[in-house]
Every structure is written in structure tokens, then in C-alpha cells.
Ligand binder design. Structure first.
Ligand code: NAP
Length: 590
């Protein structure tokens, strides 16, 4: 390791005011006009000499985006690999030196002391500015993201829209203000046998949050994704650890956020984007005492490793990791009989969407054994066989998908039938994969742990059941899942309460009809579930409830009115909905 002093973000003399707190901060930030202090180690400098020869407006730099402090990088570089042709993409990205993790985390901590005091209106303006800045670089994303991920242009546009929508949803939430869950119990000095004190509480931001980008959602679960939006809305600075698969996409969005930090006069350090290995830099960030929570989407191995790191800190912190889910779909006999072909077509669409690289991919389908199940399998097999091969997000994901399918193929014996397996295409490109379909009896399913694991690609397993009791037994053995789906005719759902209860115990979202791959971003969405679908089934990563990940309740007892946050003041200056002596109200307290 040979750290080079970057100093590219030379602290300037501007004064940044966080309008709510009126705290003066030394501002370093002007990403587009700063001067390099020690350029000798760099082949190019941020904003000065673009490394990309493309037509993009965003100039990719190959460096972490940090402002206000000097950081160091190691000599090791990595490049995104185009999954469609295995070619390396410029620029090469440098890894942050582990020595600089401390400076980045401490800067976020410093930013927290003022950012936490920004008003809902100020945070809303900031979040909307981030969304607007992303909107302005959508064409850059359309140019860069497909080459890093093999995801098609419509997906880029759709996911960018969703990302902006999430930011704007959180903007509206914090602007309105009632999310803070203000609770007020006024004093009763004459209460017998003891006087009752004045007790007031609200939700308060935790502190700096580290967010790990997801490989499979380069926008909506990455740099400006749900966790970042929720943390910023809560009042927490964010340090994002980029995913090695799509560093350029990350930088385009990262620069859009840096611009918003500057134009909205948010404290320096409110946002940073870091490039480096998960095991080294990611772990060091999670271990840092200034960091107070973690958002993660990825493998079970990575998620559980970070949970362990966080739990072993002198001060353990929450890790919100979304890891693996196989999303059971239950088809009841009447529904299979009445609309088998239609359900097979819908399932095919859901299994192959995005080459199956969705956390909500339906990987397990329970259906009653018999002729209808066999016809269903034939129709699905036909559709999957005709489905074109595609390119996984990266070679690691392709390899792990093939390995999982090999483990299932090795079970091809009594009770396990592999109808079709094109996971290994035999093609030249490392990332090329195809569809797969297996069918197993419930008995075989229950006795083979290999059938319970996530196969991250366009495949699914049909599990046939003999009777409802066997189905309930199988559902009860499932690990925690993000979703569970039931297809039943109206007249058979009423008799399926045990099946639905078994699902409810194991999943975060139950669908009646349809397929689980689409996740609506809204106030009531729950995209979470018992372990290992997530590390903490009490929260969601999609929708406005995600703000609760990054807050804790704080209570003020017998505080003078002037010392209280606006949310708890007698006059209710924010006009928010509060729980006052057990009754919801927007009225001031006289
Ligand atoms: P991953 O390997 O877990 O990587 C995700 C992030 O975590 C990366 O930034 C990685 O750093 C970091 N990381 C991984 N292991 C770590 C460790 N032990 N300590 C600290 N940081 C660590 O996930 P992936 O690359 O996105 O995909 C791999 C597999 O995860 C897929 O095949 C799929 O099975 C699963 N996956 C599941 C979901 C879901 O939502 N269910 C979503 C995506 C992926 P580096 O950049 O250094 O690798």
C-alpha cells in the first residue's frame, strides 16, 4: 500500500450555513473548481482532466467523492467489467486508504452536529435538489449503466424514475413533519399519590449511516437509493460504499448529490462516496465509532459478516441487511384448475424479469400434485426454454447462480426432477446465463437444504403438495422471506387461513394474486422480513417507513418550552399531528 496524499478537495474559505442551526462551518466544497494540492500520484484529477472519452456530461474521475478533507488512496485500482463482452471500462477506480476511513467518518460526525438541526423544509429542499440533479444526468446514466450492468435502457430510465420518486416521497414526508411521532403528556402536579411530570418524546436521528450499494439495483438501492434517502430525511449524514460492479454509475449519482450538498448549503460531510473493498474499507467504516447504523443489500455471507462486525463493536449498532429470499408462491387447487396456463405465463414473466436478479424473484412455487401440476410444469418449461439467455450483473453472480443450479441438478433422483437447465450456457462470456426449472415433491423439498437457498437468476422450483397439511408443514419450515403469494379462488381462500397464517409468520409482505417482483414505493410498503431475508424484520427498506431505521426515540421530561424541539413546543409551530394526552391532535396546547 502506498498512500498518496490527494488533497484534491482543498478546503476553501466559504461559510456554509445550515439554516436551521445557523452553525458556521468551514466549507471545502466546490467539486468543480477546487485546486489540486499534490497531483503527483494521480493520472488525472477530479473535475480537471476527465478520464472518460464518452459523450457524457458527467466527467468520471476514478476517485472517491469526499470534500473538505485530504484523503489518501492506495495504488490498487479496479475497473467495471462490461458483463456483455468482459471488457474493462474506463476509468480505473482507486481504493480509499484505510487510513482515511477515520477522517471520512469524523467529517460525517461533524456534519451531523449541524445537519441534524436542519428543518424539515430544508431537508425537503435538499432531497428534491438531489432528485432534480439526478434527473439532469439521466442521459449519462443511460449511457453508462447498461455497459456496467447489462441492464437495458428502459430499466435505467425506470429505476432512475423510482429513485427520484423515493427522494421526493421522503421530501414530502419531512416537509409535513408528523413522521417525527411527537408525543406529549402534560404535567398533573396535583395527581395522587404522586404528581405526574410533563413528558414529551419524538424520533431523533441516530448519526452517520454507512450504506452499501446493491449490485442488482444500481440506482434505487445504491448511492441515492432508499436507505440514503431515508437516512438523509431522518437527519443523518451518509457515507456510501460503492459496489465494484458499477462504479461509474455510482459516481454519476454521487456527483449529483455533491452538487446538491453545495447548492443547498448543507454541511460538508453530509454525503461521501467511497470506493474500496468491502472486507477492508466497508468493514473499517462499520467499525468506526462515529458510524451509528448500516444499510446493506447483497449476499447472506456479506450481510452476516457485517452484522457480526457491528455486534462486536464496543458500542454495537444496527445493521439493516437485505440478503436472501426465495419468495414462496402458493397455488391452491381451484386456482390451478381454473387458470393454470395464465398463472404459468405470469410466473414466467416474474421469474425472468431482470434476468431473475431481484430479491423478490419467485424461487419456489407450491402447487397441488396431479395432472394440472404436470401441465403447468410443461407450459412453464416451454416458455423458459424459449427465453433468450442474458448477462448477469457480474461474473460472481453468474458463477454463484450456476453453482446453485449444479447442486440442484446433483439431486436429480427420486422426488427431484430437473426439467430444464440452461444456467450454464457454455458460451464464451463469463456472465452469460440462461433459465432453469426443477420440480420436487414436498418430501424431497423438506429433506434437501440445497433446495431452500436463493438461486440468483432466472430459475424457479415447483414443489408439489399432496394435501393442505403437507403444504402448511413445508411453509412452516421456510426461512424468513420478503414475500409470500397466494393464488386462490374467492371460495377457497376462506378455507386457507392456516396456509395464510403459516406464510404470515415467515414473510414481510403477503400478496393475494399477482407476482412479487414489483414493489410499490409508498407509505405502507413493507420490504423486509424475518432473517435471512433481512437482518431485522422489524423494518422496511422501501417506502417512507424506512425512515424509522435511522432514528431513535428521545424523551424530554419537565423541559422548559423554549428548550424543546419545535415538534414538541406548546404552540405546535409546525402544525404537525401529535399524540397529546392520548389523543391525536394538531392543536396548540394552551
Ligand atoms: P455481496 O458480495 O454481498 O456484496 C455486496 C457489498 O458488500 C459489496 O460492496 C461488497 O464489497 C460488500 N461485502 C461483501 N462481503 C463483505 C464482507 N465479508 N465484509 C464487508 N463487506 C462485504 O453481494 P453482491 O455482489 O451484490 O451479490 C452476490 C450475491 O448476493 C448474489 O449472487 C445474490 O445471491 C446475493 N444478492 C442478493 C440480493 C437480495 O436482495 N436478495 C441482492 C443482491 C445480491 P466488494 O465491493 O468488495 O465486493
Amino acid at each position: 500500500m502506498n498512500p498518496a496524499s490527494l488533497g484534491a478537495f482543498e478546503p476553501g474559505n466559504q461559510t456554509i450555513l445550515c439554516k436551521a442551526s445557523r452553525i458556521r462551518l468551514q466549507s471545502p466544497i466546490n467539486l468543480w473548481t477546487f485546486q489540486a494540492k499534490k497531483p503527483k500520484k494521480w493520472s488525472s484529477l477530479v473535475g480537471l482532466a476527465p478520464l472518460s472519452s464518452s459523450q457524457m456530461n458527467t466527467q468520471l474521475t476514478g476517485h472517491s467523492l469526499v470534500s473538505g478533507i485530504s484523503i489518501q488512496e492506495t495504488d490498487s485500482v479496479f475497473q467495471a467489467i462490461n458483463p456483455a463482452n468482459d471488457q474493462a471500462l474506463d476509468p480505473a477506480y482507486k481504493q480509499l486508504s484505510s487510513d482515511s476511513v477515520d477522517a471520512v467518518a469524523l467529517q460525517a460526525k461533524k456534519a451531523f452536529s449541524s445537519y441534524r438541526n436542519c428543518s424539515g423544509a430544508e431537508k425537503a429542499a435538499f432531497l428534491r435538489q438531489i432528485a432534480d440533479n439526478i434527473e439532469a444526468v439521466v442521459e449519462d446514466l443511460v449511457e453508462r449503466m447498461p455497459s456496467e450492468t447489462a441492464l437495458p435502457e428502459p430499466r435505467v430510465r425506470g429505476e432512475a424514475g423510482r429513485t427520484m420518486g423515493q427522494l421526493r416521497l421522503f421530501a414530502s414526508l419531512v416537509e409535513e413533519g408528523s413522521w417525527a411521532d411527537a408525543r406529549i403528556e402534560t404535567a398533573q402536579p396535583d395527581r395522587q399519590p404522586l404528581p405526574k411530570p410533563d413528558v414529551r418524546s419524538l424520533l431523533s436521528p441516530l448519526g452517520p449511516v454507512v450504506v452499501f450499494c446493491a449490485s442488482n439495483f444500481p440506482l434505487a438501492f445504491s448511492v441515492a437509493g432508499g436507505d440514503t434517502a431515508a437516512a438523509l430525511a431522518a437527519g443523518c449524514p451518509v457515507i456510501v460504499k460503492a459496489h465494484h460492479s458499477h462504479p461509474g454509475t455510482a459516481e454519476i449519482v454521487g456527483q449529483a448529490i455533491m452538487k446538491a450538498v453545495e447548492s443547498c448549503q448543507m454541511p460538508v460531510g453530509t454525503f461521501s462516496l467511497i470506493y474500496g473493498s468491502g472486507r477492508e474499507i466497508g468493514t473499517a467504516l462499520v467499525q468506526h465509532p462515529a458510524v451509528k447504523a448500516v444499510g446493506f443489500t447483497g449476499s447472506r455471507t456479506g450481510g452476516t459478516a457485517l452484522m457480526k462486525v457491528a455486534a462486536e463493536r464496543p458500542e454495537p449498532i444496527p445493521v439493516y441487511a437485505e440478503m436472501s429470499s426465495i419468495n414462496p408462491v402458493v397455488i391452491l387447487p381451484g386456482a390451478l384448475q381454473a387458470k393454470g396456463p395464465q398463472l404459468a405465463a405470469g410466473l414466467h414473466g416474474s421469474v425472468t424479469l431482470g434476468l431473475g436478479q431481484f430479491c423478490t424473484n419467485p424461487g419456489l412455487v407450491f402447487l397441488p400434485a396431479g395432472d394440472s401440476a404436470n401441465s403447468f410444469a410443461e407450459i412453464l418449461k416451454g416458455a423458459l426454454t424459449e427465453t433468450a439467455q442474458g448477462h448477469s450483473l457480474n461474473d460472481g453472480i453468474a458463477e454463484s447462480y450456476r453453482k446453485t443450479l449444479q447442486e440442484i441438478a446433483a439431486l436429480n433422483q427420486d422426488g427431484v426432477t430437473v426439467h430444464h437447465d440452461a444456467s450454464n450456457t457454455g458460451g464464451d462470456q463469463k456472465c452469460q446465463v440462461g433459465t432453469a426449472l426443477a420440480q420436487v415433491t414436498t418430501e424431497a423439498f423438506l429433506s434437501n437444504p440445497a433446495l431452500h437457498q436463493e438461486a440468483f437468476g432466472p430459475s424457479t422450483i415447483l414443489v408439489t403438495y399432496q394435501n393442505p397439511e403437507e403444504l402448511v408443514r413445508a411453509l412452516s419450515t421456510l426461512e424468513g422471506q420478503l414475500t409470500g403469494t397466494v393464488h386462490g379462488l374467492e371460495n377457497e381462500l376462506g378455507g386457507a387461513t392456516e396456509i395464510i397464517s403459516a406464510l404470515q409468520e415467515r414473510v414481510g409482505r403477503i400478496l393475494f394474486g399477482g407476482f412479487p417482483t414489483g414493489v410499490e414505493v409508498c407509505h405502507s410498503m413493507v420490504h423486509g422480513g424475518p432473517f435471512p431475508s433481512t437482518s431485522d424484520g422489524r423494518s422496511t427498506s422501501v417506502g417512507s417507513m424506512a425512515i424509522q431505521r435511522f432514528v431513535r426515540a428521545v424523551c424530554f421530561q419537565s423541559a422548559p418550552d423554549g428548550m424543546l424541539p419545535d415538534e414538541l413546543k406548546n404552540s405546535n409551530p409546525l402544525a404537525i399531528s401529535r399524540l397529546v394526552n392520548g389523543t391525536r391532535s394538531t392543536d396548540p396546547i394552551s
